[in-house]
Design a protein around this ligand. Sequence first.
Ligand code: ADP
Length: 484
Amino acid sequence: MKLLFAAAEGSPFVKTGGLADVIGALPKALRQSGSDARVILPKYKAIPEALRASMTYLTHIEVPMGWRACYCGVFELEHDGVRTYFVDNEYFFGARDGIYGHGDDEERFAFFNRAVLEILPHIGFQPDVIHSHDWHAGMIAPMLHKHYRHNPYYQSIKTVFTIHNLQYQGVFPYSILGGLLGLDDSYFHPGGVEYRGGVSFIKGGINYSDHVTTVSSTYAREIQSEYYGEGLDGTLRWLGSRLSGIVNGIDQQSYNPASDPNLSHPYRSSLNTKRLNKMELQRLLGLEQQRNTPMIGMVGRLTGQKGLDLVERILPELMDYDDVQLVMLGSGDAHYEHVFRDTSNRYPHKLAVQIKFDEGLARKIYASSDLFLMPSRFEPCGLSQLIAMRYGSIPVVRETGGLNDTVLPYNEFTGEGNGFTFTNYNAHDMLHTIRRALSFYRQPEHWSRIAQQAMGGDYSWGRSAAEYYALYARLTGVQVPDKG
Ligand code: ADP
């Protein structure tokens, strides 16, 4: 089975969130089961120099973009056994910082989408399936449909599109339809790429792919409702059985508290050793060094999605009345950056706020915190709660999307559960749930049971990779190897 993953980010090359984790780990897991899974990414300036330096130049071609033809270099690098191709164009990707949010993102990603298809015959890789991720790769399926289906090289390629976050849709003015994408008006209707008078990349992926997945079963259900549907619930309901949910895993080799080089005190399952990491982090961040004070961790983008208005609402109450520390790492909306930084100045020994993207610090927080707070308004899958559980930090989450599918609330009567959950999007429901978790933290026999259950969970890609494989096999007609 030959698979090509097309996405805007992928670990370890470039990462802003969970998408990169998935692109870094799922192809690796699929290769272990015998597939030839490869990845294609833009060659950004942001890719670390050491990785850029080990890439090999393969070839260059010209990619049609409306009336123009643009230079496209192709580089290649094998990392962790996965071959990754890089689409090079100095103007679009090489000469600027950051990944998204440029005024010409539609041009940059239209180019990337077209380049993915144009490159294939030149690199001698004819995938059975192109698996595109999020809006940045959404136009590959309609472009394949329009420009390449007559060409035998492309005729049998199947397409899968995965929605990692429906909130980001890539909607641009009508003028890009012919001007950039080379699509005609037969694509411009609600069942095609049209969305409220504009051209939607994500609708391109949804409406022209052979199958659409999202990253948890609950989110697959939720996005078919008006509340979570971001204006596309009707489109998604229309897919019927062409839409399914497959929950993400994490790279358990990389996220391993026993071997993570970022930790001063690696541990397998010992909560005592884990607390040495906490004391080290307290020292690092200027918090009071208290072994037994429960520490709540938060790592993530500071956006409305992550339920930060709930945290903002109860933060002074939590700081004034509860014996806890809170460590927060993230960046995003200026409002939240300001509010949390400002509050941390008022509670310097209890609240540490770090506004930045820092992988090493993130891992220290997973390893040091006792509780991990994720009260998301919506959460397609969420990887942070999985990483947290792996590091023995007990998640306190709202029951939505992948949080609902991966965190089982603790039941003190049966002893089952790996975290704490609440249902309503309500600040005091969240505070009550945090306090309930804190009450069990003070009862070591309960706490160690919850921690062992969280740390002992299987968050690997194994099962989900097998589900993806079964999907590819169904689409292409390839037999699934018999394990027996
Ligand atoms: P999302 O994809 O919505 O951002 P996920 O929970 O799926 O959320 O994945 C977030 C990933 O990004 C996790 O690996 C998390 O540790 C990482 N991450 C988020 N913010 C930061 C940050 N400021 N510094 C380091 N890592 C971060």
